[in-house]
Design a protein around this ligand. Structure first.
Ligand code: OSB
Ligand code: MG
Length: 372
């Protein structure tokens, strides 16, 4: 495929309610979108970086800069580009995995549309629907938390994930377990807020039968997670630390985790994400699909990925209404606790122009010929 142009667009979508984690409180989702133009088809890519570098080092405006000045020129220099060639072409640029993932995603969308191939089929998906979990932010009170969880369970969510941090961990977990019973699929996510010295506190979560604890320690403390795993009974799951298939194989091999949260943006794209699925599945480790408060574009791709056979746990692939009153595509809706996997060519979504304009902060068109 010959890429002729690329439109970068910064969006700001208000969230239906603030989302508080151990690293930030978000009132709106700010993100970067990419639209790639080719003679045969257009492709959409969503960059999952947030406005501030608080979850990882990447941030939206930095991603826009690296895409324009370092990634697109490398694609422009190649006469023809297939989606599988994007990562090798961009490999000389270190890190910036979320930016690279967005570019690869847009090329995938265009290529698969031109080939009339749905993304899920291309990846090797085996399911038409995927079970939905929901990630519940830190709240001001336990009562508010219980009301919020009750609302999500009424809506049909099949698994609850509670965001935790020191001071908001054992008591909210106890309260949710007592109120909703032992059958509730329940897990927690610390977003790196603890240290190994907190092992006694984290061990206090053991009696509550959690599916997993996600990323309690620092991103680069893989060995610390292996040590923590020896001191607690709840299975460990890594998010931030898993930056590649190699990192996944290493973490599983040394016992730093027994479950992996796969987020394509964090690992440089959907093709690397599929390799992580393959490696984890070969090593007997369950995986699930994480989320980064995606619009319908990123959600469509995540849901396709989550339809692969190794995704045996419900993901953070919630319905659009959990995040946005107005999405930029037709909303993903829950049906019996599941989301439908798109089956139209490419990502299988249509971006709604008016909804897109309403949330656009700026846009910038880049002619790839001019980068040669
Ligand atoms: O750690 O999984 C995380 C959102 C933004 C950044 C990091 C994380 C999250 C979530 C929400 O937990 C997942 C979602 O619903 O998209
Ligand atoms: Mg996480």
């Amino acid at each position: 495929m010959k890429i002729t142009g690329c439109e970068l667009r910064r969006l700001r979508l208000p969230l239906v309610e603030p989302f508080r984690t151990s690293f930030a409180t978000q009132h709106a989702r700010e993100l970067l979108l990419l639209r790639i133009l080719t003679p045969d088809a257009e492709g959409w890519g969503e960059c999952v970086a947030m406005s501030d570098p608080l979850y990882s080092a990447e941030y939206s405006d930095g991603a826009a800069h690296v895409i324009q000045h370092f990634l697109l020129p490398r694609l422009a220099a190649a006469a023809e580009v297939s989606a599988a060639q994007v990562a090798p072409l961009l490999a000389p640029v270190k890190d910036h995995r979320m930016a690279k993932a967005a570019v690869e995603m847009a090329v995938l969308d265009a290529e698969l549309q031109a080939a009339h191939m749905p993304f899920a089929r291309y990846l090797g998906a085996v399911n038409d629907t995927v079970p939905a979990g929901v990630s519940v932010g830190i709240m001001d009170s336990t009562d508010r938390l219980l009301d919020t969880v009750a609302g999500y369970l009424d809506a049909g969510y099949l698994r609850i994930k509670l965001k935790i941090q020191p001071g908001w961990d054992v008591e909210p977990v106890r309260a949710v377990r007592e109120r909703f019973g032992d059958d509730l699929l329940l897990q927690v996510d610390a977003n790196t807020a603890y240290t190994l010295a907190d092992a006694p506190t984290l061990a206090q979560l053991d009696p509550f039968g959690l599916l997993l604890i996600e990323q309690p320690l620092a991103e680069d403390d893989v060995r610390g997670h292996a040590q923590l795993a020896q001191r607690i009974r709840t299975p460990l799951c890594l998010d931030e630390s898993i930056t590649s298939a190699r990192a996944a194989a290493h973490a599983l091999a040394i016992g730093a985790c027994s479950i992996i949260n796969i987020k394509p943006g964090r690992v440089g794209g959907y093709l690397e994400a599929r390799r992580i699925h393959d490696v984890a599945t070969a090593m007997g480790a369950p995986v699930w699909c994480g989320g980064m408060l995606e619009t319908g574009i990123g959600r469509a791709a995540n849901v396709a990925l989550a339809a692969l056979p190794g995704f045996v746990l419900p993901g953070d692939t919630s319905a659009s209404a959990r995040y946005y009153a107005q999405d930029i595509t037709a909303p993903f809706v829950l049906s019996d606790g599941h989301l439908q996997v798109p089956n139209a060519p490419g990502l299988g979504i249509e971006v709604q122009p008016d909804a897109l304009e309403d949330v656009t902060l700026w846009r910038h068109y880049i002619n790839l010929q001019s980068l040669r």
